[in-house]
Design a protein. Structure first.
Length: 645
């Protein structure tokens, strides 16, 4: 081994594509891959979805999206566990991408393909032995089969072996004797209901394509007062932990899953180093005859180990539930994304990993686009944005962020050495892509039964923050509509009253003066009558712009109604009146010169500065300014607003 490692001049990076890493089959394979990678100091990047777990096509879109993140150019080789991906289109897409990449690729338990290397487990031999055993040793004649999905090559092999052995022994397989499931426990119950409803004789044995379906059958038979194996024999396939420790212990097939994973990784490393490598490696599975077929086994020697492993399993699950509950409770109280990540970072140490990253799409909170005058929300569904941020990088207890990195890099911070194992998990809400998680050098994703639940809770909490952000934006927009004049872009009467009340309160407390100016546009009716309301609106907008630009420091302005405007400001001085009115006049003159209209924009202004007494009211002061304005208006002649032809 040392000689081989000395020939490797660079750290190899291998991508693993898989679904359902929390299931025993997948994590046993992955453990073998990891053992090999660490031996050869290679890096493993495992892109995993939890697709098919929740009966929601929209949810699965979000899960499958993690495969879009895989940048083939960053890897030296690929390991495909496409038999774990239930969606045929997603499976075909990944196979196509692997071929287009030209990378050395190993397929575990998949379809034969000359473009790929293969590590397969001989399913047929062990299944034939199981069926033969049930027929010859236990004299079963009426035998039902619960098969897996026929799109899956393993399921096809197992079903073919069943049919062949039935035929060799002169037994028929009627259409009511076979149920095609999806390898899930629920299929065992559905199959049994189908068999019983067909009115056929009670079977002597039920051969199942995997342990999950078989265990569900045993449990369901017990509910119907059938004893296994006394009344009906049940067999499984895979030799899972639950199958070994169920009562009765399940007759099943033991598969060298860990070895298969190790061999797949080693095969690629040999290819990359230039060593000759066989194109297809086939490993043998072995039948395990136990209590569910009537072959009693002595489990007393394993009882101590069983007790220890069961206690550890329950204790780990209890700790994970506690972590999940505590995190969920605290996340529910966070109202900003910063608070959210503070909560998450507080609990990461309990995941027992070296590094944990949350990577978010740019504009993950959702953006709005104006489509034909309507605001439409747009968000990421397929793939990821070109750049990402990593607002939370937890690295052995140290916390930092990465404001921006290119999505094609996948990692917010590059790996600098070998022997690392990283799990890339999708972060989404239904089909909406928010980003992804990276968990590096920790077994939580493959060992905890609650990894998926934890990821769901974090994703939901981030979605809640996104909704709070949008709610805040909507409230702000509604408030703008309530307080802003839409035509002039300054405060309306509602906005003015809200702000002016605050200014008055402060002036009263500080014994300071306020300035108030009431401005009335001259000749608006004449402009509307002679040139149309569009020109009248234009003139109002220009005057509003003059007033807005004339307000400095603590002053506010508003369209009080119709052609009336108001300026209000605190901490005022008498000396401000003349300069402010002069500024307004100057700006109006400049506007008239710039727009060159056949009419003149002008206004009458009433302005004064006063202290705010305890008895003064806002509307009382406005009335006083209004009176001053009308005195000025009386002194003016409206004929000034028209130019001579």
């Amino acid at each position: 081994m040392l000689n081989y490692q000395e020939t490797v001049r660079q750290i190899r990076n291998i991508a693993v594509i898989v679904a359902g890493i929390d299931e025993e089959y997948q994590n046993s394979m992955i453990e073998g891959i990891i053992d090999c990678a660490k031996t050869y100091h290679a890096n493993i990047s495992c892109f995993a979805s939890f697709s098919g777990v929740i009966a929601s096509s929209r949810y699965d879109i979000g899960e499958y999206n993690i495969y879009e993140l895989v940048n083939m150019q960053k890897f030296d080789a690929l390991i495909l566990m496409t038999n774990t991906i239930s969606d045929p289109e997603e499976k075909a897409k990944m196979i196509r991408r692997a071929k287009e990449s030209g990378l050395p690729t190993v397929v575990l338990d998949g379809e034969e393909d000359p473009d790929f290397y293969h590590v397969r487990i001989n399913n047929q031999k062990a299944m034939r032995e199981i069926v033969q055993h049930v027929i010859k040793e236990h004299h079963a004649k009426q035998i039902c089969c619960i098969a897996g999905p026929q799109a899956n090559p393993e399921a096809r092999d197992r079903y073919r072996a069943f049919c062949e052995m039935m035929e060799e022994n002169g037994l028929t397989v009627g259409k009511n004797q076979v149920y095609f499931g999806d390898f899930r426990a629920a299929d065992g119950k559905k199959a049994l209901e189908t068999f019983f409803s067909s009115k056929m004789d009670v079977p002597d044995a039920i051969i199942c394509a995997n342990d999950a379906m078989a265990l569900a059958v045993v449990a369901e038979l017990e509910k119907h007062d059938y004893s296994v194996p006394d009344d009906i024999i049940v067999t499984g396939f895979d030799n899972t932990y639950n199958a070994r420790h169920y009562c009765p212990a399940l007759t099943t097939v033991s598969r060298p899953l860990n070895e298969a994973g190790y061999k797949a990784c080693e095969m690629l490393l040999h290819v990359l180093s230039g060593k000759e490598t066989e194109h297809c490696m086939i490993l043998d599975a072995e039948p395990v005859f136990a209590e569910s077929c009537g072959c009693c086994t002595d489990i007393s020697k394993n009882i101590r180990q069983y007790k220890k492993s069961t206690f550890q399993l329950i204790d780990d699950c209890r700790n994970d539930i506690s972590l999940l509950n505590r995190m969920t409770t605290e996340l529910a109280e966070s109202e900003t994304i910063e608070e959210n990540f503070q909560v998450i970072s507080h609990f990461i140490s309990e995941l027992d990993c070296e590094k944990y990253c949350i990577c978010l799409c740019s504009e993950w909170e959702g953006v709005f686009h104006d489509v034909l005058g309507q605001k439409e929300e747009a968000y990421q569904i397929h793939g990821y944005t070109r750049s990402m941020s990593a607002p939370l990088i937890w690295d052995k207890g140290q916390i930092r962020t990465a404001e921006n990195f290119r999505t094609e890099e996948m990692y917010p911070e590059p790996l600098t050495d070998g022997g690392n194992v990283s799990y890339f998990l999708p972060l989404h809400f239904r089909e909406r892509c928010l980003g992804y998680y990276i968990i590096t050098n920790g077994e939580f994703p493959i060992k905890s039964m609650l990894c998926h639940s934890l990821m769901l809770n974090i994703s939901n909490s981030i979605e809640n923050i996104r909704k709070l952000i949008h709610l805040g934006n909507v409230i702000h927009e509604l408030d703008m509509l309530y307080t802003t004049d839409p035509m002039c872009g300054i405060y309306n009467r509602n906005g003015f009253i809200r702000m002016a009340d605050q200014i008055m309160k402060k002036a009263r407390e500080e014994k300071s003066k306020i300035l108030i100016a009431f401005i009335d546009m001259d000749g608006l009716k004449m402009i509307n009558d002679n040139y149309g309301h569009k020109e009248g609106d234009f003139a109002l907008q220009r005057l509003a712009a003059v007033i807005r630009e004339s307000c400095k420091d603590t002053k506010i302005c508003a369209r009080f109604g119709g052609d009336e405007f108001i300026i209000f400001g605190g901490n005022a001085h008498d000396a401000e009146i003349e300069p402010l009115e002069g500024t307004i006049r100057k700006r109006i003159s400049d506007i008239n010169h710039a727009v060159n209209k056949p009419y003149q924009i002008d206004a009458s202004v009433g302005m004064f500065v006063t202290e705010v007494g305890d008895e003064d009211t806002l509307f009382g002061l406005i009335t006083e300014a209004d009176t001053l304005m009308y005195e000025q208006k009386k002194r003016k002649k409206t004929s000034r607003y028209l130019r001579k032809a």
